[in-house]
Design a protein around this ligand. Structure first.
Ligand code: 1QQ
Length: 408
């Protein structure tokens, strides 16, 4: 760091001495990366973890010299939880001159806001949009969040591994959310493919619902041994709580919308046992993940969750692609529209060694990722603290089983 700063200073002085005004100063201006995720509303239960992951990446990469000595600066715009909020945040970020955007939190928001960035030629990396069809929104849209079709089936396999006698499966999903609708399609397909009995009718709710008693009564009448929930954190956590209060004792698989310790205050001790597929494991033993994990734990007092790991990986992708462009042609040789276009192309032409493992993006912007996991929530007696404990998936369960560290 010190060496870099000194050499930057020297080159600035040299530029002045040579009468080359502003080049030195310009090349030290931070490169702006937009972060448009949910910092307010119920969706902030998911978005908060993304803010933390992105902030860790900002500090991590700036400490390592940023873009060849030029720092990055994250520009945050709160999307809140709906489409209008995401559209507004994306407009602000585009106008602020960011080179690319990490966001939004929900697929439901991405389908509304991503077309704006695409039309403006601003590359987007979706940090947590897992619904079918996200990269296909446009040529400037990529995602670091593996799709439900790849991730979700693992949770059902893991449930069967715990209880091979599962026959009847009840499925619930939030029908006003694009991700939940997409994820339930994958879950229902998986249930059928595994030869299990999908209880009909499938139960629907709204992400704004708080009372699920009529759906629960209908589903439990068919005697399920597994219940699968696709919703968001507040509604999903509440549904799990009410399932247990109704006396359901079988296994529960939660989708990606429940994939956060922020559901603990919602279902408390009754969160215990929820099985959730993961695209990240804090136990991945690589230099970048170990460092990320250490910084996260130091600040948060618990193991890093998937949404933080994915947000870190999204910022990392932009940073390392920018370094490659700088090495090749120099960032200052490009106008902002040129840089955005070059960044979009560069993202799709390299591999990134991230906390998620090595990843790349297809030409279409879909993530290519090697490893997936399943975790089960283990609540402590107090009902306040808990942890995500990694469990075997089943057939291909030869992978590492990291130990959980209790978290608060
Ligand atoms: C999506 C999701 C969310 C539940 C993650 C925050 O996977 O909307 O696609």
């Amino acid at each position: 760091m010190r060496v870099k700063r000194v050499s930057a200073l020297l080159s600035g002085m040299l530029a002045l001495a040579l009468g080359v005004s502003s080049i030195g100063a310009q090349s030290q201006d931070p490169v702006l990366i937009g972060i448009g995720v949910a910092q307010t509303s119920n969706v902030a239960l998911l978005g908060q973890e993304q803010v933390i992951g992105a902030q860790i990446a900002e500090a991590y990469f700036n400490e390592r010299g940023g873009i060849n000595g030029r720092p990055i600066r994250l520009v945050f715009q709160d999307t809140a939880g709906d489409e209008a909020g995401a559209i507004n945040a994306f407009q602000q970020l585009i106008a602020a001159g960011v080179v690319g955007i990490v966001g939004p939190t929900l697929s439901q928001q991405a389908f509304a806001a991503d077309p704006l960035a695409n039309e403006a030629g601003v590359p987007v990396i979706a940090p947590s949009n897992t619904a079918r069809g996200i990269p296909q929104i446009g040529e400037f849209i990529a995602r670091v969040s593996a799709p439900v079709a790849v991730v979700a089936p693992n949770a059902v396999r893991a449930a069967l591994n715990i209880n091979p006698d599962i026959q009847n499966v009840a499925v619930f999903y939030a029908q006003n959310d694009a991700f939940a609708t997409s994820e339930t399609g994958t879950f229902q397909e998986t249930v059928r493919e595994l030869g299990l009995n999908l209880i009909e009718p499938v139960q629907t709710f709204q992400t704004t619902d708080t009372d699920f008693s009529s759906q629960i009564a209908t589903a439990l009448a068919s005697n399920p041994q597994l219940v699968i929930v696709s919703g968001l954190a507040a509604d999903g956590g509440n549904l799990v709580k009410q399932l247990r209060e109704f006396g359901y004792t079988g296994l529960i698989v939660g989708g990606n919308g429940l994939n956060t310790a922020n559901i603990f205050p919602v279902c408390q001790a009754l969160c215990d046992g929820i099985i959730i597929a993961q695209a990240y494991s804090y136990a991945l033993d690589t230099e970048v993940n170990n460092t990320f994990r250490e910084i996260y734990k130091e600040a948060q007092g618990k193991e890093p969750p998937q949404f933080s790991g994915q947000a870190f990986a999204a910022v990392q992708s932009f940073v390392e692609a920018l370094i490659a462009i700088d090495n090749e042609v120099g960032l200052d040789s490009l106008s902002l529209p040129e840089l955005r276009a070059a960044l979009n192309a560069q993202l799709r032409s390299m591999t990134f060694d991230t906390p998620l493992g090595p990843i790349s993006y297809t030409e279409e912007g879909e993530i290519v990722q090697e490893q997936f996991y399943v975790a089960q929530i283990q609540m402590e007696e107090d009902g306040l603290n808990g942890s995500f404990v990694f469990i075997p998936i089943g057939d291909e369960a030869e992978e590492a089983e990291p130990q959980a560290t209790p978290s608060s």
